[in-house]
Structure formats: C-alpha cells, structure tokens
Design a protein around this ligand. Structure first.
Ligand code: FES
Length: 555
C-alpha cells in the first residue's frame, strides 16, 4: 500500500542516493583543477562502485523510482500554484531527464553497448573542444541537478533543530561544490584542447574515440526514445489531471472560510493548503506540503462528516507537536464538506525564507519548560485604581517578574493582560530549562514579597500571584506579523502550563508544577502534596505538585 509516509520516505531515499551520486560526480569534476589524470583516477575508483551490478541497480533504480514519484506527485497536486522554490524544483526535476538522456547515451550506453570511450579525456574533447553547445547543455544539466537536489535536501532538513545553526556552512558548501566542478570542467577542457592543438594528436584521438555511424545513430535513437518517453509520461499525467478534474466536478465542491472572512470554493479532493495557494492566501508550508513539518497546521471548525480520518502519518506529526484534536495539517486534509480554517503559524515561515533564516525562524519542535503567571483578582484591584496607577503598578510588577525570569535564564515570551508567559530551555535543553523555571518561580516569589513591601502604601492588600510550570514538546519559532514577530511556542504543553497556573487558585497555592518538570530538573518535591489531573491529548493522568509559595522550593 502506497501510504503518503512510504511515498515520502522512498522519495527522500531515492533522492538522497541520486544527490550522493551527483555530489561525487561534481567533486570528481573539480579535480580538473589539478589535471585530467587526477579526474580520471578518481573516476576509475568511483566507477567500480556505480558500474558494479549492485551499484547499477541502486543508481538507476533510484533514478527510475524518483522520476515515477515525481510523476505521481504531479498527478496528486490539485493545483499547480505553488511557492517559487517548489516551482523551480519541479521544473528542474522534469528538465533533468531531457538533458541527462544525451549524457547517458554518450557515456554509459556508448561504453556498455559499443565499447565506446567514456573517459574524461574523450568526454572533455567532445564537450569542450568539438561541440561546445553540447558542453553548455552539460553545464545546464550540472546546475539543474545540483539545484534540484539542494532544494530537496533543504526541504528534508529544515525541520531539524540543528539545521539553522548548520545552514550557513551548508549553504557555503552548496555554492562551492558546483563552482569548483565548473572550474574543474573548464580547466580539464582547456588541458585537452591544448593536447589536440597538434592535428596529428587530434586525428589519433578522434580515431580512437570514433564510433561507427550505425552506433552513433543507434545511440541517438535511444536518446530520443528516452526523451520521448519522458515527454509522453509528463503529457500523460497532465491529461490524467484534466480527466480527474472533470470527474471531480461531479463529486462537488467544498468551501473553506478563513479568519478574515474570505470564502474559497474548491473541488472535493483538493487539500486545504492547495486551496490557500489557489486563492493566494499566504500559508506556511516549510516542508513543501510533504506532511513532515507541521507548519501548515490549521485549527478546523467543521462537522465530522466534512473531515476525512487522520492518516497514520498525519496523526504522528500532530501527536509529535502535541496538537489539539481540532488541529489538522492543511497539506494533508482534503475535506469533503465546508469548514472554517485558521492557519496557526505565520505565513512568513516559508521554505523560501528558510534558506536565509537563522535562529528559530523556521520553527522546530523541542522540549522546553513553560511558565505562566497571573496576578490574582487583578481586575477587582484595577477597578479601584486610576488608569495611570494601574499602568504604573503593572509595569513595576512586570519589571520585577521579568528580572526574576531572565535572571534564572528564561525568556519572557509575552505579557498577556496581567499575565506572563515565559519559556525555559529553548536553547539549553529541557533539563536545564526545568531547573531554570523552578529557580525563576522561587525568585518571582521573593521579588513579589519585596514589591509588596515597596508598594504597601499603594495597595489595599498585597499582590498575590499564581504560577504554573509544565515541560513538554512544543513548536518553537518566530511567529507573528510585521513588527510583532517574536520567538514563541505553541502546543499542548503550553496549554497545560496555562491550565496549571489557573488551578493554583482552586488549590490555594502559589505554584503548581508538573511531575515532568520535577523529573527533568531532578528536583525532589516529595514534601509537597501530589495530585493527578486529566489533560487533553494524554492517556495517563498528569501528576502535579501544589507548592504553597515559590520560595518554598529553596527550603
Ligand atoms: S507543509 Fe509541512 S506538514 Fe504540511
């Protein structure tokens, strides 16, 4: 059964095999900067692998499988509107077989069928000296294959947490490899050209490399047959798309309502991401719609009948990011009825931007600690104060709590009314994050005592706060719009931390900490009462500890 997951994996591994081959081939070209002999020495070694029976099966098998999956992907797309990077990758992918056909015929097939000369010297003589136009097409092939491959590798890596840090170095490699290959090709070509300045040498080489006219005609025929087959397959897929479109018209349409009120109608069978793209509604899709990155996810409001069941792959991704039950991947969801969809991540987090992005721009899943804090009964307090006093009071409070959080190594994520959300361990890991969050809670408690003492004349009663801390996987990335873009976190772990904070009031404590936090921080909280609560998205209850005051953690 061809599940999306299997297709994605097969496409990835066949692509990586081809990319490995291309990389080695380009490195081989770059040895032309040393000499044609050096190029040939490496080629002889490499050929023993790729021209061995297993190497041949792996290489050409990967090529055929990758092309078949590209045709399948073309068929499955309901819309050809896509981000520029995806369009470039798709077009280059279909251009490559046409250019490759000539190269294959002149090298591997010529050698295998007619014992032709497929050495570097022969190929450079043909491409650089005798037929520069073909040489130019070879350069186009080299650039097309490399660009197609690097875009694919970028898509496959840009959800990894280590990738943003490695990206500048990898980008440099991605530029250097083809540049050195082209320089090597150029230098090798010049060397061979100099060899054949002497007409006798040229005549000898031509005689040595010459194939019979019948062999040349046969190889040209095979080349044209390969090109014709690829063209026919692409055309066939486009025709099939048209047939399917007519058929789908009979199945009806569905409507997607976006948060700004736009309503877009599409044929049943179209994914929500494709609907967004068709309507030119910006929608994050870092992995290019491959169902891996989760950045396209949407909050859905729709009757169950409008939503197909989650596939295993979609379920796995949503589970990994701790998504709520009403969240789906827009690239995987093909609704059968009307729905409202709210994209959850900033559309600026795209693969295109990812090429230049640093830090958390592309978003990644990581385990962190999340702290929520809130002033108790602040609304009542605010009603007894002048607006100026309320602002002054809040700013003093935020200053003290912000210092406590940052002093412990956390990051204030946002102030929400009189509430605070803070993240810990975004860069240092969840263990250090949990330790820092507990230290922050203790410091906040201490600073609140100090603040209440300073403001005792201005307050009818001391400020009281509730703090909730939980740890778990969350999507961390730069989210927002325009000037409001900042690093934040989303996911069920965040919602749970907020819920723990809200529970402090019911339990009459200042701080509630989940057992996960205590475990990651290796903190012994056995002296505090334990409770169990049910949390959405978890099968097992969540064990929590109620702590009267944050400062009690120091005891
Ligand atoms: S675009 Fe990556 S999961 Fe949908």
């Amino acid at each position: 059964m061809l599940t999306p997951q299997l297709i994605n994996k097969t496409r990835l591994y066949s692509g990586l095999t081809l990319f490995t081959y291309v990389s080695i081939h380009l490195i081989n070209h770059s040895l032309g900067l040393i000499s044609v002999i050096a190029m040939q020495a490496m080629l002889d070694r490499v050929e023993t692998i790729w021209e061995s029976p297993p190497g041949t099966v792996v290489l050409y098998g990967a090529l055929l499988v990758h092309m078949a999956l590209a045709l399948l992907a073309l068929y499955r797309r309901r819309s050809l509107r896509m981000p520029a990077t995806e369009a470039v990758q798709l077009c280059l992918g279909f251009l490559i077989p046409f250019l490759l056909a000539q190269h294959l015929a002149a090298t591997r097939l010529s050698y295998s069928l007619y014992d032709g000369d497929d050495t570097y010297r022969a190929e450079l003589l043909r491409l650089y000296t005798l037929d520069p136009m073909r040489g130019l097409l070879q350069v186009v092939l080299l650039i097309a294959a490399w660009t197609h491959g690097t875009i694919g590798v970028n898509y496959s890596l840009n959800t990894r947490s280590w990738y943003p840090a490695a990206k500048p170095a990898l980008f440099a490699v991605a530029i250097l490899v083809p540049v050195l290959a082209l320089l090597g090709f150029w230098e090798g070509g010049r060397e061979v050209s100099e060899m054949v300045v002497d007409p006798d040498v040229l005549a000898r080489m031509l005689a040595h490399h010459a194939l019979s006219p019948e062999a040349v005609a046969h190889l040209d025929l095979i080349r044209d047959w390969m090109r014709g087959t690829v063209a026919a397959l692409i055309l066939g897929v486009l025709v099939l798309r048209l047939v399917r479109r007519q058929w789908q018209r009979r199945r009806g349409t569905f409507r997607v309502t976006y948060p700004d009120g736009r309503r877009i109608e599409a044929l049943i069978g179209t994914s929500v991401l494709e609907v967004s793209r068709m309507a030119r509604i910006p929608h994050a899709s870092v992995c290019g719609g491959r169902g891996r990155c989760s950045t396209c996810r949407i909050r859905v409001v729709a009757p169950a009948s409008a939503l197909p069941e989650l596939s295993d792959a979609e379920m796995k991704v949503l589970h990994r990011v701790g998504a709520a039950p009403n969240v789906r991947l827009a690239c995987q969801l093909r609704p059968t009825g009307h729905l409202s969809a709210t994209p959850l991540l900033s559309p600026t987090i795209t693969a295109t931007d990812g090429l230049n992005a640093v830090g958390h721009m592309t978003g990644s899943e990581r385990e962190i600690a999340i702290l929520f804090a809130d002033i108790r009964s602040f609304t009542e307090l605010a009603e007894t104060k002048l607006p100026y006093d309320v602002v002054f009071l809040l700013n003093r409070y935020f200053e003290e709590m912000g210092r406590a959080i940052e002093g412990a190594g956390g990051r204030v994520d946002k102030f929400i009314g009189d509430g605070i959300m803070a993240l810990f361990g975004v860069d240092s890991g969840v263990e250090a994050g949990c330790r820092a969050a507990l230290a922050a809670a203790a410091a906040m408690s201490d600073r609140l005592v100090h603040l209440n003492a300073v403001l005792s004349d201005d307050l009818p009663s001391p400020l009281r706060i509730g703090i909730g801390i939980h740890a778990g996987p969350a999507i961390v990335g730069e989210m927002g719009f325009g000037q409001t873009v900042s690093v934040t976190a989303i996911g069920d772990a965040v919602n749970t931390a907020s819920r723990l904070e809200a529970m402090t009031k019911d339990h009459g404590v200042q701080l509630i900490v989940s057992e996960e936090v205590a475990r990651h921080a290796a903190a012994n909280l056995d002296r505090f009462p334990v409770m169990e609560i049910m949390v959405r998205g978890r099968v097992q209850p969540l064990t929590i500890r109620g702590i009267p005051l944050g400062s009690d953690l120091a005891g």
